[in-house]
Unconditional design. Structure first.
Ligand code: URP
Ligand code: ZN
Ligand code: ZN
Length: 460
């Protein structure tokens, strides 16, 4: 099977230019102007942008969490992602405390087997670091292609590890050629504030926001950065939301230390005024919570300055019925919101169309940097000869409105209902096959493949 994409405005992280792409089988075979190739299918991309497929390195599919499971599985989640131009996701495997990393891997392999539409990989969340777990790290990196290890500094009792375990894990991961990533908030302080709020009878979703103030994230981010720099492990902070946490990255950079930061689309687009809506605010109960306008400005500046390397989603969807588990107590509302489908379009609309991001910068933070940092470049994350033909053809002019009525995620509400967007994903090619065209699906469930990742060093 061959495809010729003609007359597109091609965008990579380092350049953008007018040209054609010729795809043979699963890979890009040629890029240039006026290519003369006989192809099985010709797509005219005149007036369209042509990007490498989006990579969302922070999603939670079919994940057991807070007494329930996230509502999108590998099938619905990766298909919704494709509709929005994300061709690959990295999901989180959760080790059960007291059990092995391999046990958890087997569970996630079963969850994903023959189910995914889009490509995927796994981060291994280490929730119980001990002498046995330590022995599994090298096997994960070398035999399973899982080169990033997620840690939680919050969610005590289920996911959180302490600093003793963190430093041990960092030391071992560094030796094995992996990266440590973190949910950086001070879990003990948050638990204290939650207990206090509940004792005082403050049980509405607003108190989810008020019990995770900026200092809880700023403190943990700085502490994690210091431990990472002491051990020398490549370190990556997920879902950064606020000025205080970003300042810790800025300070580390001034000391020539490297701490990589990711933010998520919701923290660039939505703000904490949404916690003023009574129980409806449960739609935006996520951790960390949405922040203030000054934080949104800091995050956009952090992207422009190169301090924030990646924009992800932390897609962790729950239906309204599931959210109602916390109707009488905000601490029981499952944390997370649906976004996997909207990241590329919202980031284009709020970033490029509003003049905050250049086109190459957009591709860098939506695709290329994730491919580089997580050991998949140049197979993924760029338009280049020999790379996987994961390609998005995007109409930069088309305007549309986000709604639960049209989204493909498995939730009965949208956190972005009525949000107007400029720019629409028209055609998505995954490993040389048209997967989505004008909203129609052309691949089968199970087409998505696991991506074995290489060792990483934290460098871009
Ligand atoms: O609210 C969130 N973020 N839910 C998913 C788990 C996590 O902390 O990433
Ligand atoms: Zn988290
Ligand atoms: Zn997450």
């Amino acid at each position: 099977m061959s495809i010729l994409i003609k007359n597109g405005h091609l965008v990579n992280a380092a350049e953008d230019f007018k040209g054609d792409i010729y795809i043979e089988g699963e890979h890009i075979a040629e890029i240039g102007e006026n290519l003369k190739r006989d192809a099985d299918q010709v797509i005219d991309a005149a007036g369209k942008l042509v990007f490498p497929g989006g990579i969302d390195p922070h999603v939670h599919l079919d994940m057991p969490f807070m007494g329930t499971y996230s509502a999108d599985d590998y099938s619905t989640g990766t298909l919704a992602a494709l509709h929005g131009g994300t061709t690959m996701v990295i999901d989180f495997i959760l080790q059960t405390q007291g059990k092995s990393l391999h046990d958890a891997l087997t569970t996630w392999q079963e969850k994903s087997k023959d189910k995914a539409y889009g490509d995927y990989s796994y981060h291994m969340a280490v929730t119980d670091y001990n002498e046995d777990t330590k022995k599994e790290i090298r096997q994960m990196v070398e035999e399973e292609g899982i080169t990033s290890f997620k840690t939680f500094m919050a969610y005590k009792g289920a996911l959180m590890i302490d600093d003793n375990q963190m430093v041990g894990l960092m030391t071992e991961v560094k030796k094995c050629g992996g990266m440590v990533t973190v949910h950086a908030t001070n879990g003990d302080m948050i638990d204290h504030l939650i207990q206090k709020a509940k004792k005082e009878g403050n049980l509405s979703p607003l108190y989810h926001y008020l019990t995770q103030p900026e200092v809880t994230e700023a403190e943990a981010s700085a502490r994690f950065g210091d431990m990472a720099n002491y051990t020398g492990v490549p370190a990556y902070i997920v879902h950064m939301t606020c000025e205080g946490a970003l300042n810790s990255v800025r300070e580390a950079t001034k000391r020539n230390q490297v701490v990589l930061a990711e933010t998520c689309i919701q923290y660039l687009v939505l703000d904490a005024s949404l916690y003023d809506k009574g129980f409806e605010s449960a739609k935006w109960v996520m951790s960390p919570p949405l922040r203030e306008k000054k934080d949104i400005d800091s995050l956009w500046a952090g992207l422009e300055q190169g301090l924030i390397k990646v924009v992800a989603t932390d897609h962790c969807p729950f239906t309204w019925e599931q959210k109602k588990m916390g109707e009488d107590d905000f601490s029981k509302i499952p944390n997370g919101h649906p976004a996997i489908e909207h990241r590329m379009e919202l980031l284009y609309s709020e970033g490029v169309a509003k003049g905050r991001l250049t086109l190459p910068k957009y591709v860098e933070v939506a695709s290329t940097n994730a491919a580089k940092l997580f050991g998949m470049y140049p197979r993924k994350g760029c338009l280049a000869i020999g790379s996987d033909a994961d390609i998005v053809i995007f109409d930069p002019q088309e305007r549309h409105t986000i709604s639960v009525k049209t989204h493909h995620m498995n939730t009965d509400y949208s956190g972005y209902e009525g949000h107007e967007v400029t720019g629409k994903t028209k055609t998505v090619i995954l490993r040389g096959k048209v997967a989505i065209d004008d909203g129609k699906v052309h691949i089968e469930k199970g087409y998505g493949q696991f991506v074995f990742r290489n060792k990483v060093d934290g460098k871009l």
